[in-house]
Write a protein that binds this ligand. Sequence first.
Ligand code: PHE
Length: 349
Amino acid sequence: MNYDEKKFLGKLAQIETLVDLEDLRIEYLGRNGIINQLLKKIVEIPPDEKKGYGVEVNNLKNRINQLLDKKKNTLNNRMSAEFFDKTLPGKEYPKGSLHPISTTIEQIASIFQKLGFIRVSYPEIEWEHFAFETLNMPKGHPARDDFESFFVDEPEDKERGRMVLTPHTSSGQNREMLRLKKPPIRMINIAKCYRRNWDATHAPMFYQFEGLCVDKNINITHLKGTIEYFAKKFFGPDRQIRLRPHHFQFTEPSFETDISCNICKGTGFVNGLNKKMDKAKCRVCKSGWLELGGSGMVHPSVLKAGGIDPNEYTGWAFGFGPERCLMMKLGIDEIRDLYGGDIRFLEQF
Ligand code: PHE
């Protein structure tokens, strides 16, 4: 076969540009190129050698093709390494953002700070004394069981009892009273809390924000007004709140605090506002109201434990969950989504 491999390789080695490479491709693989000329010669080949000859030329064609492609890659790489266009826009890296719970906490804090509440935080690992005793739940009191606590395996302190992962932000009440020594107190305590719970709406670690207000002549209307202010600021101006009788050891009277459901506008029915429509129960709240959390007037014994004279001062407190507020605002029904760290979920906020 009239083909000189050395000659081809020599030419290939000398090529420096893509244009020259294309010329070489045409010279060998073009319509009138060397390979096609070799193929045309098949008529001159004796019949029993035709097949072998054909295969041989085809293999050659493939090999040349491969060598040309390889050279093309080499030239391309060399070019991009040498050529740097500084006018091209840079690569944009994905931007991070705050976790929706962090954003919610900041929103809540700023709503209360505008009302003159001071934001504080107290130990995440707390003594029983602050978590229970000073909150009118003496040793062995069954109300302690409501706060299914994680105790820390450490020696007990004579005065302050065992160590516990703060089961609620109410443990900051006594600490704040001791810190300020004297009312007025306007505290907003936002902190991590821990309880033995794990289902769609409860995580073993969660947040609470606790409001505490102690001064002369403080009464339930101040509690109600403050919660209503918060609800309208955080959830929207058309939301209502209501207080339902309840029991906590550390408040008297005590309330469960509800906010009107946004989906059914507080009616409890799917087509709430349109009375003529069918009366299917609202899927979200079933009753027109959603629970925000506990609240009440600070129990006299709690004031006393904080060195405050209950005959001179009165106060209120509430403890709500930022996650719950966020879920109620956005219609999220799985608390575990908030803590899952799945970027596809978190990116939506
Ligand atoms: N500490 C209570 C709880 O975690 C909530 C609460 C706070 C109730 C303040 C009344 C007053 O359930």
